[in-house]
Design a protein around this ligand. Structure first.
Ligand SMILES: [Zn+2]
Length: 429
């Protein structure tokens, strides 16, 4: 038997204060002055209640790199960040390119119980970009895969990309593309421009991302399939996606918290914590990404949580691994970049961090407005106050985050998954 919970006085998606009664895994009732004898009561006066956050882009590293992260440690970090569902990227070892591997990851998620884990299936066998993986078998498996991606690598062969887009239509799947022209980014280290020149690091041109996005939008339109663009990072990419959406094509896109807040200037320290793929760009790009997320051209925020062990990150820039962690700080960074700047209200945050990513991933039990009858997956967030992000006690196995020690607004207070708390008072329940 699950306990009954009465959450008092939360502002639902930032609106009016109401009580939420949670019973048998669902929201039984919302309204004022609810009573429920025997219920556990949470005083949520002035806290924001959001539908549980959904991440379309998480690297959990298991199987194969359990020294960097496991399904259990990564999803514990996700719950602390307010997430109730994460999509686990396929670039594990072995690669998640068969029904067997995606079912293994899905089962590990259920065992850990912090978050619902939806494995992403690889588009190509072993991410080698040569032959399609078993897309249909992964879709039919217990993991019911709907999002497919070779993330970390670009599906560069246009014929293979076309076939993948065609194939997933049979089960309403989507291809999530890591848009990176491989020839234009050989040895690339940092956004091409003045800063890369000054630091003597090989440049990563915006066109390497934009050319692939343009091609894939055209391909998706041609075969009338669904394309999702991972971690959009340039102003030019935003323009291409805006154009594709205006055409009515089935194109969606995500932006990471770090691309909403940080710029290439930070690389001046040569600290590899700022080394990420795609690279941090300019303030002009950051402004365009924020505007696009606000107007819906970019559908959602996805963390691209990419844990790496110390020895792979705390080394020379040129040999350090690409990537940052970000599950625990995502909502705080979004408040800083989008809410406190007046670009997005809390209803908008609920839409971009829960409703839309759940829809893109075709998740039935997530991303639903907090109303009677909805699954009790929700996040209680305190937007007041400002504090340095302290990740010293993080359950994640990795510490490669640029946000540690940074002053950020807000705090995740509680997370509920299917009617039970995974986080209470900011700690794992
Ligand atoms: Zn990627």
């Amino acid at each position: 038997m699950k306990a009954t919970w009465l959450i008092r006085g939360a502002r639902l998606a930032g609106g009016e204060q109401e009580d939420l009664l949670i019973r048998d895994g669902v929201i039984a009732e919302t309204g004022r002055d609810l009573t429920a004898p025997g219920a556990e009561v949470i005083d949520a006066d002035a806290l924001i209640a959001l539908p549980g956050l959904v991440d379309l882009h998480t690297h959990l590293r298991e199987p194969g790199r359990e020294d960097a992260e496991t399904v259990a440690t990564g999803t514990a970090a996700a719950a602390l960040g307010g997430f109730t569902a994460v999509h686990a990227m396929a670039n594990t070892d072995p690669v998640a390119d068969t029904a067997g591997v995606v079912e293994q990851v899905w089962r590990l998620g259920r065992q850990a119980g912090h978050c619902d884990v939806y494995p992403v299936g690889a588009v190509t066998q072993r991410l080698a970009g040569a032959a399609l993986a078993e897309l249909g078998a992964m879709a039919d498996s217990a993991a019911r895969v709907r999002v497919f991606s070779d993330d970390g690598r670009c599906v560069f062969d246009p014929m293979l990309m076309r076939r993948a887009l065609e194939y997933v239509k049979a089960f309403d799947g989507v291809i999530a593309q890591h848009a990176q022209e491989p020839r234009l980014t050989e040895g690339a280290q940092l956004n091409e421009g003045e800063m890369a020149g000054k630091l003597g690091l090989a440049g990563w041109p915006a066109v390497a991302e934009e050319a692939v996005i343009a091609r894939d939008c055209l391909l998706a339109a041609h075969v009338e399939s669904r394309l999702h663009v991972c971690h959009v990072s340039t102003a030019g990419s935003v323009e291409i996606i805006r154009w594709a959406k205006r055409k009515g094509w089935r194109v969606t896109a995500e932006v990471t918290p770090h691309h909403l807040l940080l710029t290439e200037e930070l690389a001046a320290s040569y600290d590899p914590v700022y080394k990420v793929n795609p690279p941090l760009r300019t303030s002009v790009d950051v402004t365009a990404l924020r505007t696009a997320l606000a107007d819906g051209t970019i559908d959602c925020v996805a963390t691209d949580h990419a844990p790496h062990p110390v020895e792979d990150k705390e080394t020379e820039w040129a040999v350090a691994a690409f990537g940052m962690t970000g599950l625990e700080t995502a909502l705080r960074v979004v408040q800083e970049a989008m809410v406190d700047t007046g670009l997005l209200d809390w209803a908008g945050v609920a839409d971009r961090l829960s409703v839309r990513p759940a829809r893109i991933g075709r998740l039935a039990g997530h991303g639903q407005p907090l109303r009677a009858g909805a699954p009790a997956c929700l996040t209680l967030y305190d937007p007041s106050g400002r504090a340095r992000a302290d990740l010293s006690g993080s359950p994640s196995k990795s510490r490669n985050t640029p946000f540690a020690g940074m002053a950020l607004p807000g705090r995740v207070v509680a997370t509920f998954l299917g009617g039970s708390p995974t986080v209470l008072d900011g700690k794992l329940a």
